[in-house]
Write a new protein. Structure first.
Ligand code: AMP
Length: 195
C-alpha cells in the first residue's frame, strides 16, 4: 500500500467510562499522522472525536472536519483543523465525509457513532461504494453488538457476506493495517449522488 489514505473516523462525542477508549483514540490519531494519512471526521472537539483530531494534528496529519452549523454555533466545533467545512444538515455532512474518505472506522461511541457506522456499512452492501468499513472493539466495548450481529446472520436477516464486510479488530494498528490492505489508492472525492 502506498499513497495517502483519507480515513473517516466515527466515535463518541463523549469519552466514556474507561481510560482505554481515550488511549485508543489517541493511538489511532497518532497512527494516522505517522502513516502520512488524512483524518476525516465530524469536526467536533468534544470527547473521543477531539482526542483523535488532536493526536492526528500533533502527529502532522491533515485533518478535515465536517460539522453542521447548529453544532458549530453551540461552539463544539474544533477550530484548529487543517480544513473545517460548516454545512447545513446532518445528511450533507455525512455525505461529504463519505465522499472525501477512502475507508471508514468506528471507535467506541453512542447513537451518533452507530448511525454513521451502519449507514456506510449499508451503502457498502448496496454497492454505493467499495470502501473498507471497520470497527475497533476497544476492551470489549462492542462485544454485545458483535454477538447480536452474529445472531442476525443465524436468524437469516444478514448474509455471511454482508456480515464479513465489517473488519473487526481490537488493536488500533491491526485495524489500520487491515484497512491499508483493502484500500485502493486515494483518488478524487466520490460523488454518490451520481449513483
Ligand atoms: P455519539 O456517538 O452519539 O457521541 O455521536 C458521535 C458521532 O456523531 C460522531 O462521529 C459525529 O460525527 C457526530 N456528532 C455527535 N455529536 C457531535 C458534536 N458535538 N460535534 C460534532 N459531531 C458530533
Amino acid at each position: 500500500m502506498s499513497g495517502r489514505v483519507s480515513l473517516c473516523i466515527y466515535c463518541g462525542s463523549r469519552t466514556g467510562d474507561n481510560a482505554a477508549y481515550e488511549a485508543a483514540a489517541t493511538t489511532v490519531g497518532t497512527a494516522i499522522g505517522c502513516r502520512g494519512w488524512r483524518l476525516v471526521y465530524g469536526g467536533g472537539r468534544a470527547g473521543l472525536m477531539g482526542r483523535v483530531a488532536d493526536a492526528a494534528l500533533a502527529a502532522g496529519a491533515q485533518v478535515l472536519g465536517v460539522i453542521p452549523r447548529s453544532l458549530m454555533e453551540r461552539e463544539v466545533g474544533h477550530r484548529g483543523l487543517t480544513e473545517l467545512h460548516v454545512v447545513e444538515t446532518m445528511h450533507e455532512r455525512k455525505l461529504m465525509m463519505a465522499e472525501h474518505s477512502d475507508a471508514f472506522i468506528a471507535l467506541p461511541g453512542g447513537i451518533g457513532t452507530f448511525e454513521e457506522l451502519f449507514e456506510v456499512w449499508t451503502w457498502r452492501q448496496l454497492g454505493y461504494h467499495d470502501k473498507p468499513v471497520g470497527l475497533l472493539n476497544v476492551d470489549g466495548y462492542y462485544d454485545a453488538l458483535l454477538d447480536f450481529m452474529r445472531q442476525t446472520v443465524e436468524h437469516g436477516f444478514v448474509s455471511d457476506l454482508q456480515h464479513a464486510l465489517l473488519q473487526v479488530q481490537t488493536q488500533p494498528e491491526a485495524l489500520l493495517d487491515a484497512i491499508a490492505r483493502l484500500t485502493p489508492l486515494a483518488t478524487e472525492p466520490d460523488d454518490y449522488r451520481r449513483i
